[in-house]
Design a protein around this ligand. Structure first.
Ligand SMILES: Cc1cc2nc3c(=O)[nH]c(=O)nc-3n(C[C@H](O)[C@H](O)[C@H](O)COP(=O)(O)OP(=O)(O)OC[C@H]3O[C@@H](n4cnc5c(N)ncnc54)[C@H](O)[C@@H]3O)c2cc1C
Length: 365
């Protein structure tokens, strides 16, 4: 493997293409970043402590609902929405490419999102007009017809297949240890005592990112925020739109599976599911869709979101380690943001002018 060059900050496109980049974490942030790097000609390794596209211990990307849009975006800062909308706009083409090149369908569907009261209609419609998001008033509800969903476990399977077919090295069941403070990172140790070398590393380790980097001079606030979800199996096309009401949503997949979620819990790395949350979510789901009454719950799971203040991710070079980058902390909208976030981190690495101003996502020491 190549040794680290010392003038890292001056690396540009052609130089970068020869480099070996290792990504730490094989969730949606890691896999989408790997895909973008491959498209730009890099040699890429993804290190994942479990299996990519599976759920073992709280990985958020598998567990999420796959709504490709923020819930009530007018409640968030513009910096959150600009990344989410940019990601949402890329999904149709990413999904079509993955289907065509892997045969695995991520099931992108523009099913629209129906928002039920309570919500501030004036604020909502003004936000939609300002951001060119089409909307329709239907009685007391607001329909955003272009909002899409994606089946995230399938999306991950497709990404994994795509990465394998593009000669990306996937080091699964390989966990990296926290790193110490340094100025350049030549090697990174695994829990099995192996040493991985690369020219540049990118941390995409979701809720576990802070644990990996806390010994370095970094001002990073990421903590796990558990989310639980229920899965029902009901007749196909029962729910034509994603439905959102009062912090809760229902969405149906093509084959009839219906997701009802989710909770937002600050319980550390505890990935268990609780009876109390199940009963509460069941009641909310039945209030929106009375046909669910008496139906059995097919599955109940949880995931650990990479929680950050104000839902703002970190997409940035590390403040003191020159060849370390971070693409993490996407909290509630990591699936939505992933394609745009991957482009942004790659633009920063390649020294290209990003379409999105990177300042709000910068990591400070
Ligand atoms: C219930 C729920 C519903 C959600 N719904 C939506 C939604 O509808 N839309 C949306 O946009 N977002 C949603 N989200 C949020 C979204 O899932 C996350 O923002 C996103 O998945 C974060 O992706 P990630 O790749 O950063 O993290 P993860 O998917 O958690 O991936 C991080 C990976 O890093 C690996 N890792 C950690 N430490 C190490 C290490 N030391 N060495 C090697 N590997 C390591 C982990 O095993 C993991 O696979 C939801 C989340 C939950 C829990």
């Amino acid at each position: 493997m190549l040794k680290m060059p010392c003038l890292w900050g001056k690396l540009r496109l052609n130089n970068m293409k020869k480099k070996h980049i290792t990504i730490v974490g094989g969730g949606i942030a890691g896999c989408m970043t790997a895909m973008e790097l491959v498209k730009r000609g890099c040699r890429v390794t993804v290190v994942e402590r479990n299996q990519i596209a599976s759920q073992t211990s709280g990985e958020s990307s598998w567990a999420g609902a796959g709504l490709a849009f923020p819930l009530l975006p007018w409640m968030y800062r513009d910096e959150v929405n600009q990344l989410a909308l940019a990601g949402a706009n890329l999904y149709q083409s990413v999904s079509a490419q993955l289907l065509q090149e892997t045969g695995i369908d991520p099931e992108y569907m523009q099913s629209g999102m129906l928002i039920k009261p309570p919500f501030d209609e004036t604020v909502a419609t003004q936000w939609c007009m300002r951001n060119h998001v089409p909307f329709e008033k239907t009685g007391d509800d607001l329909l955003l017809p272009q909002v899409a969903q994606i089946r995230n476990p399938r999306l991950l399977q497709a990404l994994k297949q795509w990465l394998l077919s593009h000669k990306v090295t996937l080091l699964e069941n390989t966990q990296l240890l926290p790193i110490a403070n340094t100025t350049t990172l030549n090697q990174w140790k695994t829990t099995r005592g192996e040493t991985l070398e690369a020219d540049l590393f990118i941390v995409t380790s979701g809720a576990w990112s802070y644990e990996l980097l806390k010994e370095t001079a970094v001002n990073l606030t990421i903590k796990p925020m558990r989310g639980q979800i229920l899965l029902y199996q009901i007749p196909v096309n029962t729910l034509p739109h994603i439905v959102y009401q009062d912090g809760f949503y229902l969405l149906q997949r093509r084959d009839g599976y219906l997701l009802a979620g989710s909770t937002l819990e600050d319980v550390g790395f505890d990935t268990s599911v609780t009876e109390a949350a199940k009963l509460e979510m069941q009641a909310k789901a039945e209030a929106i869709l009375p046909a669910l009454k008496g139906m059995s719950i097919h599955k109940h799971w949880s995931g650990l979101r990479p929680g950050t203040p104000e839902n703002l991710p970190t997409i940035s070079q590390h403040p003191t380690i020159a060849n370390l980058y971070l693409n993490t902390g996407h909290f509630r909208y990591g699936v939505t943001m992933a394609p745009a976030s991957a482009k942004l981190i790659c633009d920063l690495i390649f020294g290209e002018k990003p379409e999105i101003d990177p300042t709000p996502y910068r990591c400070l020491s």
